[in-house]
Design a protein around this ligand. Structure first.
Ligand code: NAP
Length: 254
């Protein structure tokens, strides 16, 4: 059930990879609660604009911001500009990610580097660039990092992806300790298999059927189900939750 109060009115949220999939659903969920949402994207400007329109239709405000989270200089510049334009930043959602799959014996250096640079270093660059703004937000400050079930369980053919998502959990816990002094909370949300472009690309029909047998709830999840948990962690009701990993996986890892 989506949270529909206006508790995030007046708060500014940056959602990396907000143009599509889970990121888009998070933007909408935060907009529904009244937030001003900065919708980051890497390439798909059309999709980012669609997300911004959905945020406004849901009752929030939205702007788009193009930068590659794996490029430290772009991140620093964009977040500095965002701070000036919006007058601050209260919520950072490190959601941008890629899944580059393949067996270790054939995996290339560039594929390893790209996965780690976007999925893990990207979250580090964004949080570092945002940290002064978040500390100024004090108890309103929130960071939510998107990890994955495979960051805890591992998965054959996803060594780089799993390593990046396991790293995200360590990053979350370290940041939670560093930022807690001013009341900023840092948590991770760990989805199982969710219906988005990412799973459409990497999950053929036969693999999908086999996967369903491993999910106690017997279905793939919806992006909105992840977004509602992120929205909860961003609200005042979650002010005493930090350093945690909230699993949204239909029971596939307990
Ligand atoms: P998706 O549908 O493939 O969307 C990926 C998003 O990330 C897009 O908005 C894309 O922007 C953006 N992006 C990619 N590289 C970027 C970069 N270098 N800089 C900035 N933005 C970049 O993915 P998703 O399924 O929604 O996944 C979102 C997050 O949830 C990821 O971190 C993923 O690992 C995690 N997750 C997903 C699942 C799942 O089953 N789907 C499960 C567990 C965890 P453009 O539109 O511009 O390309």
């Amino acid at each position: 059930m989506a949270i529909v109060d206006r508790a995030l009115e007046g708060r500014v949220a940056l959602v990396t990879g907000g143009s599509r999939g889970i990121g888009r659903a998070i933007c909408e969920a935060l907009g529904r609660r009244g937030a001003t949402v900065v919708v980051n994207y890497a390439a798909r400007e059309d999709a980012a604009r669609e997300t911004a329109a959905l945020v406004e239709a849901a009752g929030g405000k939205a702007v788009t911001s193009k930068f590659d989270v794996s490029k430290s200089d772009q991140v620093t510049e964009a977040i500095k500009q965002l701070g000036k334009d919006q007058g601050g930043l209260d919520i950072l959602i490190n959601n941008a990610g890629v899944a580059i799959n393949g067996l270790v014996m054939r995996f290339k250096d560039e594929q390893w580097a790209q996965t780690l640079d976007i999925n893990l270093a990207g979250a580090f660059y964004c949080t570092r660039a945002a940290s002064m703004l978040l500390l100024k937000a004090k108890e309103r400050g929130r960071v939510v990092n998107l990890t994955s079930v495979v960051g805890e369980s591992g998965n054959g053919g996803q060594a780089a992806y799993a390593a990046s998502k396991a790293g995200m959990i360590g990053l979350t816990k370290a940041l939670a300790q560093e930022l807690s002094g001013r009341g900023v909370t840092v948590n991770a949300v760990s989805p199982g298999f969710i219906e988005t472009d990412m799973t459409a690309e990497h999950l053929p029909e036969a693999a999908r059927a086999a996967l369903l047998t491993k999910i106690p709830l017997g279905r793939i999840g919806a992006a909105t189900e992840v977004a509602d948990c992120v929205s909860f962690l961003c609200g005042p009701e979650a002010g005493y939750i930090t350093g945690q990993v909230l699993r949204v996986n239909g029971g596939m890892l307990m």
